[in-house]
Ligand binder design. Structure first.
Ligand SMILES: NC(=O)c1ccc[n+]([C@@H]2O[C@H](COP(=O)([O-])OP(=O)(O)OC[C@H]3O[C@@H](n4cnc5c(N)ncnc54)[C@H](OP(=O)(O)O)[C@@H]3O)[C@@H](O)[C@H]2O)c1
Length: 305
């Protein structure tokens, strides 16, 4: 099996966010096939329960979780506490692009994309996307604040594990090279000088600059579209690094899965979900004492810049 996790202790417990489809569903499948008890979570109870049951694995349970709703994260923490008393692995996978696509015929568009090279596909998807303030705000709320809320709710349970691991599905688009301004780039690189409060302020500043048409002037990532997605992933990366520093007993890392065939890109990725899940699974199943505070490009440690 692709990215086989081996037959690890059945007693390990994992939570995967956005586990009902795409890369998250594949991570659930492979973790559970490797013997981990998986709490597959999804914001929509029907879609989540159906995905969990289709996996047909006895060690997969479903629980509702909307990462944008802190009360939902608190309910999940209560469930894990009561059922397992601890958590070994948290995979923060749920994410959105913060855009709306204006494609009339998705099937025809898929076929059009299939005839293009990778860069052309990304450019075509961007040309058919719009990004409103409302969507940008939702993108920050899901990809940055959502990761924080879920992590905070589950942190005490991860600390109860002898080997707590957090894996954040990041993106190449979260790299600091996409920022056009040196000031923001330097601030987000300097982890020792950053705080969670400052990251929250930067999230607000991004939205203000978005509203005022000042993204370019401030040096936010703006070229090539997906501005909120890029900013949200960069802020989530910085949060991951801060958290890894604060909690040296845990392994907390980010991973870019590659360009993977999922709904997020009209199935135009060049990697299958099995291939895209490989880096996240490597981190999720890494032995104690492994890398922490790192960015992985697929399966290789890489720069945050
Ligand atoms: N595909 C790629 O090429 C690629 C590249 C780089 C990074 N990534 C990252 O990899 C992760 C997974 O992406 P994917 O390609 O598998 O995307 P996908 O197929 O679009 O799936 C996204 C998942 O996130 C869930 N989700 C969205 N908002 C949520 C919320 N508020 N609460 C809970 N779940 C929520 C979705 O649930 P619903 O079904 O309810 O919408 C869905 O299960 C994302 O973080 C993405 O940014 C993907």
């Amino acid at each position: 099996m692709e990215g086989d996790t081996g037959n690890r202790s059945e007693k390990e417990v994992a939570v995967v966010t956005g586990g009902n489809r795409g890369i998250g569903l594949e991570i659930c499948r492979q973790l559970a096939s490797g013997g981990v008890t998986v709490v597959l979570t999804a914001r929509d109870a029907e879609r989540g329960a159906e995905a969990a049951s289709k996996l047909g694995l006895p060690n997969v349970v479903f629980h509702q979780l909307d990462v944008g709703d802190p009360s939902s994260a608190a309910r999940l923490a209560g469930f894990i506490e009561e059922k397992f008393g601890r958590l070994d692995i948290l995979v923060n996978n749920a994410g959105i692009t913060g855009t709306t696509s204006n494609v009339d015929d998705p099937e025809a568009f898929r076929q059009e994309l299939a005839g293009m090279d990778l860069m052309q596909r990304i450019e075509a998807i961007n040309r058919h996307s719009t990004e409103s303030y409302e969507q940008a705000e939702k993108c920050l709320r899901t990809n940055y604040h959502g990761i924080k809320a879920v992590t905070k709710a589950l942190l005490p349970l991860l600390q109860s594990s002898s080997h707590g691991r957090i894996v954040n599905l990041s993106s190449y688009y979260g790299l600091l090279r996409f920022f056009s301004g040196d000031e923001l780039k330097e601030e987000l690189s300097n982890i020792d000088g950053l705080s969670e409060q400052r990251l929250d302020e930067l999230s607000e500043l991004f939205l203000k600059d978005f509203k005022d048409g000042q993204l370019e002037a401030r040096g936010w990532p703006n070229e090539g579209g997906f501005a909120a997605y890029k900013a949200s992933k960069a802020l989530a990366n910085a949060y991951c690094r801060i958290l890894a520093k604060e909690h040296p007993s845990l392994c907390i890392n980010c991973v870019h899965p590659g360009y993977v065939q999922t709904d997020m890109n009209f199935g135009s990725g060049h990697l299958t979900v099995e291939e895209g899940a490989r880096g996240a699974l490597m981190l999720a199943m890494a032995p104690k004492g492994g890398v922490t505070g790192a960015f992985m490009d697929h399966t290789e440690v890489a720069s945050f810049v």
